[in-house]
Every structure is written in structure tokens, then in C-alpha cells.
Ligand binder design. Structure first.
Ligand code: HEM
Ligand code: HEM
Ligand SMILES: [Fe+2]
Length: 479
């Protein structure tokens, strides 16, 4: 009986490549968490690993690993859906596989260089060989060029398959959006001596990624996943998708003004940034309604058919996607809105408040749905009809979500203390910066953040364990 269990039921080559991307993504996610913990301990014990593994390096690897694992998981998710959506095999898949190995080799070399060359002068050569010193996208220039080549191959895979097959609304948005997403990366690749200009262009990547193109990307993923996981109606999800695209580009693009308040750009950005970034939560509410509405509607239809209502074919994936709807709204919408007006931002800018928002937004809007897609990949790879939540899936989602929420609350308290003491009371001087960080509220908040970080890590261990085993276990149940 057991011999009949298929170990790999992926129906097409694109999905096999997608799973390869997912595997690297989850390893980098683990590395991200370990680096975050080292940096968190260094807030409490400043001498921890001093001159062996400095805070600057731990922090850099933490946030670069974050961006890179998410890009891996995003590329993986696209390969998972190409054939399902277009009805044809991914065009140029051999080249795509080569691209995967080139990218993975480059990422490995870049990380090793970060770790082994920790200090030194910043020169033209170090920009090319070591790192560019641009937060989140530090990759040295040689790797930048490699990334561009690999992304072009990936884009060719998507675009050529799209042209060769069916052109669904989901794929049309995907193809257009990926072009914008990839093109924006170029804005972070040249260097200017003027720090204001440098920051100006750097935000084109950072803000226009996470608040415009990445948000549209998760919109397409959610649309695809809802069709696959609960059998949502294509017309409905695609209608939502177009509304979201319209609104996201409406508010997200000029919303960039909220990063132009204090970097030496003209003052008209205060008004533009205030108005458009304040509108940014609106599309996030639409995305929230989109997921919950479709889910509720499918449940209702099932009740109407006299069924139990459990039409979810992949419990863990669906749970993560619903968490995405809440997380995106809370982390990006609510925590973003808190500090987006210049009148508020003048006090909160660059405090732990920013870090609170950064954690909940990246987690809520992106980590969640990408983990959901990994579960979807596991289901496909094992060819099972239904995959239900088990103890490990529940522990994974609960501990990770609880941990990140806990970190966010702790950092919000630390930020609040900085706003009151460092900014409002002591006038935001260099000295005030240090005084505020030595008071008990701040130190206790950092301690809680570290504890909640450990909770997150334990949840991550459950998650990996579950991803490695749930496919086989579901197969056994089906047999
Ligand atoms: C998923 C979407 C989002 C992600 C992943 C995200 C992430 C981040 C991160 C990581 C930073 C810190 C950047 C740095 O290192 O300086 C940041 C800053 C900021 N975000 Fe977001 N964000 C998102 C959406 C939003 C939205 C919708 C708003 C407004 C409604 C917003 C408002 C802000 C503001 C005002 C800052 C500047 C904070 C400061 O002055 O220090 N964000 N965001
Ligand atoms: C084990 C859990 C984690 C710990 C202990 C941790 C710790 C840290 C620390 C210490 C920093 C540097 C903050 C600073 O410079 O003031 C940081 C930055 C950051 N982390 Fe984490 N982190 C964890 C998990 C995560 C997760 C799950 C995400 C997102 C999915 C994330 C996203 C970020 C971002 C975006 C920043 C930059 C924030 C900013 O510049 O405002 N981290 N983290
Ligand atoms: Fe932004």
C-alpha cells in the first residue's frame, strides 16, 4: 500500500524549480532570525561578540537576508503558478534553472564576504567587491549585475510563457508588475556623492517596492491562492485585484513623500507625503476585505450545498493567508499610519517605533503569504487532495505570530519612551539619544523584544519541521 505513495507529484518543471527557490528561502529565513537575535542581545549586552561579530554586520545580514529570502520565495511562488495560470509549460525552464544556481552561488559568496570582511575603508573598490552600504540592498556591484541578469532570465520565463499560453487577468497584472518591480532595482545601483540625492533614489527601491509593487504582487498571489485553495470565483478575485492595483498605485507612488520629509528634499513633499501616504491604508483594507469576503462567501456557498463548509483544501496555507490579510492591515496600514504625518514623524523618525512598524509590516504583509505559498508547494509536491492543520502547523503559526506581535509591542513601547524623553523632553540631541536608551523602560522593552524573538525562533523550528513532514503525513492519511 505504502509503496504506491508518490514522493514527487509535481506536474510541471516550473513547480520543481519553484520548490528549489522555496528551500533556499526557508534557510535564509532561519539565518535572518539568528542574526536578529544576535543584534537583539547586543542591545542588552553591548560587548556581546564585539569585534568578532559586530552589531553593524549582524543587523546588515539580518535585513539583507530578509529581503533576499522574500525575493526567493516570491520567484518560487511565480514558478508555482505559471503553468496553472497559462496552461503551458514554463518557456525556457533550463535557463531558469541555471539562473537559480548562479543566483544561489552569488548570494553565498556575498554573505561570506559580509561575515569575513567586517571593517575597512569605504572606497570605489569596496562598492564593487564588498558592499554598497545601502540599507536592505547592500549587495556589492558585481552581485547587483548578476542579480539583474538572473532576474532577466526569470522575467523571460514568465513573459514568454504568458505570451505562449492563456492570458488571465492574474497573469496580466503579474507580468506588468514584475517589470516595474525589477526595473526599480536599477534605481538603487548607481552612487552619488550627495547623500540627499543618494537617499532620494534609494527610496525608489525601498518604498516603491514594499508599498507599491510588492503589495500588488501579494494581491496577485492572494487571488491565485484563493482560487486554488477554496475554489473562489475567478471573476470576483480578479475584480478585487484590479481595484487594488488601481488604489495601490494611486496612493503608494506619491506616498513615497513620507520618506522625503527630512532628507533635504523640497518642502512640498510634506503636503504630498502627508496626503497620499495617509491614503495608503485604504487599499490595504480592500485587500483585507478581499480575502475575508471570498473566504466567507465560499463557506456560505458550501453551507448552501448542505456541506459542512470545510472546502479549504490546504489548512495551513489558508491560515497563513488569512493571517496575511490581518497582518498587512495592522503592520503596514495601522502601524504605518501612526507615524506617517510629518507632524508626528518629526518626533518618531528613526526611533524604535520605526523598527516596530518595519517588523510587523514585513511579517504581516509578506512573510505570512509567502509561507502560505510554501505550504501550497508542499501539497503539490506530494500530490495530496487535502492537507489539514496538525499540531506542528498550529504551533508554527501561533508562536511565530505571537512572537512577532510581542516584539512589535515591545518596540512600540521603546519608541514611545524615545519620543517622550529623547525628542520631546531633551530636544533630540546626540546626548539625549544615549540618555533615552539607558532608562528602564527602554531596557525592559529590549529585553522583552529578545524574549519574543526566541518565541519566534521556536515557532520557526515547528514551521520547518512541519513543512518537512506534513506532505508525507497527509499522503498516509489519504491512503
Ligand atoms: C507592507 C508594506 C510596508 C512595509 C514592508 C514597510 C516597511 C517599512 C520599513 C522597514 C521602514 C523603515 C525604513 C528605514 O530603515 O528607514 C518603514 C518606514 C516607514 N513607513 Fe513603512 N512599510 C510599509 C507600509 C507603510 C505604509 C502603508 C505606511 C503609511 C501609511 C508606512 C509608513 C512609513 C513611514 C512614515 C516610515 C518612516 C519612518 C521614519 O521616519 O523613521 N509604511 N516602513
Ligand atoms: C528572532 C526574531 C527577530 C529578532 C530578535 C529581530 C531583531 C532585530 C534587530 C535587533 C534589529 C535592528 C534594529 C535597530 O537597528 O534598531 C532588527 C531590524 C529589522 N528587522 Fe528584525 N528581528 C527578528 C525577526 C524579524 C522578522 C521576522 C522580520 C520581518 C519579517 C524582521 C524585520 C526587520 C526589519 C525590517 C528591520 C529593520 C528595521 C528598521 O530599520 O527600522 N525581523 N531586527
Ligand atoms: Fe514608505
Amino acid at each position: 500500500m505504502l509503496a504506491s505513495i508518490k514522493t514527487n507529484s509535481l506536474t510541471n518543471e516550473g513547480q520543481k524549480l519553484g520548490m528549489m527557490y522555496f528551500r533556499v528561502a526557508i534557510i535564509l529565513f532561519g539565518a535572518q532570525l539568528l542574526m536578529g537575535l544576535i543584534a537583539a542581545i547586543q542591545f542588552l549586552v553591548p560587548g556581546f561578540l564585539f569585534e568578532i561579530f559586530d552589531f553593524s554586520v549582524a543587523r546588515m545580514v539580518h535585513i539583507n537576508a530578509l529581503v533576499v529570502w522574500m525575493l526567493y520565495a516570491m520567484i518560487g511562488s511565480v514558478y508555482m503558478m505559471i503553468t496553472d495560470e497559462t496552461g503551458v509549460e514554463t518557456v525556457g525552464i533550463k535557463l531558469g534553472k541555471l539562473g537559480f544556481w548562479v543566483l544561489t552561488a552569488a548570494v553565498t559568496v556575498v554573505v561570506l564576504v559580509y561575515i569575513f570582511v567586517q571593517v575597512g575603508a569605504g572606497t570605489e573598490a569596496s562598492i564593487w567587491l564588498i558592499h554598497e552600504g545601502r540599507e536592505y540592498i547592500e549587495a556589492p556591484r558585481w552581485a547587483d549585475i548578476g542579480i539583474v541578469v538572473v532576474v532577466l532570465i526569470f522575467y523571460w520565463n514568465v513573459f514568454a510563457s504568458y505570451m505562449a499560453g492563456k492570458q488571465t487577468g492574474i497573469m496580466t497584472v503579474m507580468v506588468a508588475n514584475l517589470m516595474a518591480l525589477a526595473g526599480l532595482y536599477l534605481a538603487g545601483m548607481f552612487f552619488t556623492d550627495n547623500i540627499s540625492m543618494d537617499q532620494f533614489w534609494w527610496w525608489w527601491v525601498i518604498h516603491l517596492w514594499v508599498e507599491a509593487t510588492w503589495e500588488v504582487f501579494v494581491g496577485t498571489l492572494a487571488a491565485y491562492a484563493l482560487i486554488r485553495l477554496i475554489g473562489a470565483k475567478r471573476e470576483i478575485v480578479e475584480m478585487w485585484l484590479w481595484i487594488e492595483v488601481l488604489m495601490l498605485f494611486g496612493s503608494g507612488v506619491l506616498g513615497m513623500g513620507h520618506h522625503y520629509f527630512w532628507i533635504g528634499t523640497p518642502e512640498y513633499w510634506w503636503e504630498i507625503g502627508a496626503l497620499f501616504s495617509a491614503l495608503e491604508p485604504v487599499p490595504l483594507i480592500a485587500m483585507f476585505v478581499h480575502v475575508l469576503y471570498d473566504w466567507g462567501k465560499e463557506q456560505g456557498m458550501a453551507h448552501g450545498r448542505g456541506e459542512e463548509g470545510n472546502v479549504v483544501t490546504n489548512g495551513p496555507a489558508m491560515a497563513w493567508i488569512v493571517t496575511n490579510a490581518f497582518g498587512n492591515f495592522l503592520g503596514a496600514g495601522v502601524w504605518g499610519f501612526f507615524h506617517t504625518l510629518p507632524q508626528v514623524n518629526i518626533y518618531t523618525h528613526g526611533t524604535q517605533f520605526t523598527a516596530a512598524h518595519g517588523h510587523l509590516a514585513f511579517f504581516g504583509a509578506y512573510a505570512t503569504i509567502l509561507i502560505g505559498m510554501m505550504y501550497y508547494g508542499v501539497q503539490k509536491a506530494h500530490g495530496v487532495e487535502r492537507m489539514a492543520m496538525n499540531f506542528k502547523s498550529k504551533m508554527g503559526i501561533f508562536l511565530i505570530t505571537f512572537g512577532v506581535l510581542g516584539m512589535t509591542v515591545a518596540l512600540t513601547i521603546a519608541g514611545y519612551e524615545q519620543v517622550l524623553v529623547e525628542r520631546a523632553e531633551l530636544g533630540g540631541t546626540w546626548n539625549a539619544f544615549f540618555i533615552a536608551q539607558e532608562l528602564p523602560w527602554y531596557i525592559q522593552a529590549q529585553l522583552w523584544r529578545t524574549i519574543m524573538g526566541v518565541v519566534t525562533l521556536v515557532g520557526f523550528i515547528y514551521l520547518v519541521w512541519d513543512l518537512l513532514t506534513i506532505g508525507k503525513e497527509s499522503q498516509k492519511e489519504e491512503v
